[in-house]
Design a protein. Structure first.
Lengths: 282, 282
């Protein structure tokens, strides 16, 4: 069966993921990238950057919750949060659900992504006006170099794929800056690709984190239909502290709703299939 | 980006999954269905039935292991195993890895699927000559009606999607026959679709199992790149017994290799995201 032009298709590793499109409702070349929004038949709205799926209305909750809550419920008191990228503001919204959070600084290079999200994904931007939210539009590499040492509890790298500009966000120099900016026990979390397609990348990223001085790493995994291979991971790295227990009782009594994340998922997402355990132990 | 004819595409629910094809190496209309085999660029060989992905060389291990080992390591002594469908013989091979198994009877309607698998997927058919394997090519509905009550410990429904002929394998009448054929404490396991795409189907299937007399159900989930949505489930149903513990020590000391399944995965695969817990509790 072949797909006509009414489909958006993303190809990676000889594998294609396609969503049936009703209409393209936004098409813009920002100074940074090509931003498109589509109305799809069954996934609600779709946001793409340079042809790569960023999110759909239907399944973004999995990504946004898993980039946020495992880290924030592991840290004993995550007061200061930094988000790098995250222009769609879904991760910001999840982080701000935590009452213990005093401030979230979001450092996104491309202001247009946030403006487009505000227009087409208002449900993700509901918390943009929260007095605890600080939205900056600038280069995160430079921002992190200049940020005060020991000023953050959590750094979430909610970035695009490691191509072009974004490549610099996946190496030891940048991770070293993040380590410096974190307080003792602080946690950095980054998307780390598909366990099936990007295993070498994942292994390389973990080595870069070690090289930067992070000793404790934890890779978590979850299904994510609209990212290449439908299987995704995030990797957490902690400053001078093992991961140990998470605040399980706080998760069980949390004051906000989640659709994917819960206390058992927190634990289960850390469990890796045998081939992945073996690859990461090499 | 659009896909030319060098791609195999399967479409479901406004979502397409495509694999880049080098060459179609088999194309046959059996009395039952259209059987095709492709050499793909990055997934090894691909077997399709009536245009639906059955397996690829690259990721079939996830499906075959998860259809087999959670059930066999839950049962205290799974001596008699029945497989319905399973013509590619991958599930058969996994079941026969268990030394405690005395016999596996596989009831596949279409002998041609097995013959094609023997030719193009010899690695799946390595155990077809095992003296404990009995390969029957006949209608499983009739076979199950006529099978002796209390003669099986495990019944694995490794079937195609519930369309056409296969629909009858997903309803209370057939589940009732399986219940009768199981011994006390016996376990039936069936593929139960995508938690994202087939939630109503999954709920309906569980109701059919309850209606047939199965009281204890357990749905497990795992990523499976080449099935629609990349996220898949299986549902286990136990005869007159709760699931309770599995033989964890036996898993940790098992005499055979697995690439996906392990003791922690056994437990983690039972953990469901919040939206799925809520849907199944309705």
């Amino acid at each position: 069966m072949s797909l006509d032009h009414n489909w958006f298709t993303e190809i990676a590793n000889g594998y294609g993921m396609s969503l049936q499109v009703r209409e393209k409702i936004h098409d813009e070349q920002s100074p940074c990238q090509h931003i498109e929004v589509f109305d799809t038949e069954t996934f609600g709205r779709l946001l793409t950057l340079d042809g790569m799926t960023m999110l759909t209305s239907r399944d973004h909750f999995i990504h946004h919750e898993m980039m946020t809550h495992p880290a924030l419920f592991t840290h004993s008191a995550p007061r200061q949060v930094v988000i790098v990228g995250g222009g769609d503001c879904g991760t910001l919204k999840e982080a701000l659900k935590h009452k213990v959070v005093k401030q979230v600084v979001q450092v996104e290079l491309d202001e247009r992504v946030t403006r487009v999200a505000e227009r087409y994904f208002p449900e993700l931007c509901e918390s943009n006006g929260d007095p605890r939210a600080v939205l900056l539009f600038e280069d995160a590499i430079k921002w992190m170099q200049e940020a005060q040492a020991g000023s953050a509890d959590i750094i979430i790298l909610d970035t695009t794929e490691p191509v072009g500009q974004a490549t610099r966000l996946f190496g030891a120099p940048f991770y070293g800056d993040c380590l410096r900016v974190l307080r003792q026990g602080g946690i950095m979390v980054t998307q780390s690709g598909s366990p099936l397609f990007n295993l070498d990348f994942l292994k390389g990223m973990r080595k870069e984190m070690n090289a930067a001085g992070f000793e404790s790493l934890m890779t978590i995994q979850f299904s994510l239909c609209t990212y290449p291979s439908g299987w995704w991971s995030a990797t957490l790295a902690r400053k001078n502290q093992n991961f140990g227990d998470f605040r399980e009782q706080n998760v069980r009594r949390k004051s906000f709703d989640t659709r994917y994340y819960n206390a058992d998922i927190h634990r289960a997402s850390q469990v890796l299939p045998t081939f992945l355990q073996e690859a990461l132990a090499e």
